[in-house]
Design a protein around this ligand. Structure first.
Ligand SMILES: NC(=O)C1=CN([C@@H]2O[C@H](COP(=O)(O)OP(=O)(O)OC[C@H]3O[C@@H](n4cnc5c(N)ncnc54)[C@H](O)[C@@H]3O)[C@@H](O)[C@H]2O)C=CC1
Ligand SMILES: O=C(O)[C@@H]1CCC=N1
Length: 270
């Protein structure tokens, strides 16, 4: 399978790194990026061909991955109109709907929306996928193969659910990093040096996430098991409850989903 990337930024580099780890040869991967330094970095690291604009060789791939920012997408797709054949096009852009992408590609419908996340950089991503109903099983399998190079994959039942995936796992690493930042702040306040505060916070997040992944019980049961009656955790959780922490996170995810829909509506009307 030959894969070409439109945009060679953070997410494209993570995907290319994952594919290289899975045994994809540099010769089967290509990138278009406007920035010379991004092109040079990707060629040097992974041996991929990187060009400034979509030429025939770049287009002659089985899968084209759209990895530019949503605001850059329409202009980036314009040079491709009328030049696509049977390629599967996989967009990882937040918000942008299949109808807008298809229109900007001159009516191409062999399209999949995917929403990965930055842990893809270390092969620990999770990606939501939704295919245009016209995409066949082979097309779905190809999209899944690309994204599973960097972690798990989940197919969703409706396109709207891609905005929900964006809100939970696409943006989610930022919520977790914020949580780590807060625990680190507390660690520093207690007098630990930066490295120790960081280690205590990060290992806690990592260990708890691994335990949650391995356990049969829901997270609520695992939480209760940490919480001794009249103990320290109870005091901490009472403070979180009075600060509305749980509801704030749910509201944050709702805001992310709403922003995804808004981006789609704003940009997709062109
Ligand atoms: N950063 C994240 O956590 C996630 C991002 N996404 C989506 O991935 C997409 C890419 O995001 P990042 O990699 O973070 O952005 P980025 O800004 O790192 O990469 C975009 C790249 O596209 C290039 N570019 C811009 N216009 C171009 C054009 N007309 N032709 C060719 N190349 C062009 C830029 O030079 C840049 O290198 C976005 O649509 C975003 O919504 C999806 C999941 C997670
Ligand atoms: O913030 C964003 O719009 C992108 C999509 C998911 C994560 N980052």
């Amino acid at each position: 399978m030959k894969i070409s990337f439109l945009g060679g930024g953070n997410m494209a580099a993570a995907l290319i790194g994952g594919l290289a780890d899975k045994g994809f040869a540099g010769a089967d991967l290509q990138v278009v990026d406007l920035q010379a330094d991004n092109r040079a970095r990707l060629t040097e690291r992974f041996g991929v061909r990187a060009v400034e604009g979509a030429d025939e060789q770049w287009l002659a791939a089985d899968v084209l991955v759209l990895a530019v920012k949503p605001q850059q997408m329409k202009a980036a797709l314009a040079p491709m109109v009328g030049r696509l054949g049977t390629q599967l096009v996989v967009s990882i852009a937040a918000g942008l709907g299949l109808d807008a992408l298809s229109r900007w590609l001159g009516g191409h419908r062999r399209l999949v929306r995917a929403m990965p996340n930055t842990p893809a950089l270390i092969g620990a991503g999770i990606t939501g996928l939704y295919a245009d109903p016209t995409v066949d099983a082979a097309g779905r399998a190809a999209a899944e193969q690309v994204l599973s190079a960097v972690g798990g994959t989940v197919w969703v039942d409706s396109e709207a659910q891609i905005d929900a995936v964006t809100a939970i796992s696409g943006s989610g690493p930022a919520y977790v990093f914020h949580f780590i930042e807060a625990l680190q702040t507390a660690g520093r306040e207690f007098g630990f040096d930066e490295a120790t505060a960081r280690r205590l916070a990060v290992e806690t997040a990592l260990g708890a996430a691994r335990l949650a992944a391995a356990a049969d019980e829901p997270a609520s049961v695992l939480r209760e098991r940490v919480t001794s009656k009249g103990g320290t955790t109870e005091a901490a959780l009472r403070t979180l409850a009075s600060a509305g922490w749980h509801d704030a996170l749910v509201a944050a995810a709702r805001a992310a989903a709403a922003r995804g829909r808004e981006l789609g509506a704003e940009l997709g009307k062109d």
